[in-house]
Design a protein around this ligand. Sequence first.
Ligand code: PMP
Length: 315
Amino acid sequence: MAVIPISIHKKAFLGKDFVDFQDAKISVMSHGFMYGTAVFEGIRAYWNPEKQKLYALHVREHLERLLKSCKILRLKPYYNVDQMTEKVVQLLKLNQPKCDAYIRPSWFKSCLRIGPCVIGSADEEDCFTITSIDLGDYLNTSKGISVQVSSWRRLSDNAIPARGKINGSYVNTALSKANAVLAGYDDSIFLTEEGHVAEGSAMNLFIIRDGKLITSGVTENILEGITRKFIIEIARAELGLETEVRAIDRSELYIADEAFFCGTGAQIVPIGSIDNYELSNTRPGNITIKLQKIYNDICRAKIDKYNHVLTEINY
Ligand code: PMP
């Protein structure tokens, strides 16, 4: 698997200030670092070369979810969605990327203290940070990737809730993806403890059977993906396709006509095979290709009626 080269932008946000990226430092004893008590979001911004403009996708939805993740972890954010939006936009204006970018806002427990629970301690403190980088595709979006059903199970809601985007829970992702990559696959799919399909390592999953889109429900220990919800909407509006939201069995993966991952970072990633079962005759499948084209055009502000999902950044 190729290592993704990243180009980090020169400015970041930490605490209450914009700072040079090299000064955006936290202590090795920060609670968030030691115990994973932090939450984050990944937001994409798309560069439109014809218009010479950057468009950030679903900013408000991401920042609303970030506050929900804070609530689950009992973090106490000192900015609301409007204030965080302003910081994200300001950061991009400072960094002025001329290609696609990826923005990481995060709240974390910043006190230097031993003990995983710091509720009520005098120095309990939460901190906000945003970093941004240049980022093109990080999974292959054209060929139909190979995927392994992971032997690691998805974290359950009663262990670490997957609907919160909680830093510590990405150990689950790291274990699963590492196994898949070491076995020669591109990525992995998690099952729940009950054996139903949950989601990809850090993406939601759709399968297509007999012309019908199917995706796991939000009680299957998935992150309630913003892209997942949007794909359900555009499939209905643009292709007249309804999505069945229901429990998916493992064996349905093997006989699916098509399947794809989706997520803000991943975008729409066609899946070619799962556990070496080939999926579609035409790799990637027809419905996946159509959805991918619509999605990509929306992201680059090429379909006016969807411009409300974009935040135009002018610099
Ligand atoms: N599941 C997990 C575990 C993820 O990390 C992501 C990426 N944020 C997704 C699904 C996709 O979510 P979204 O479409 O909101 O980016």
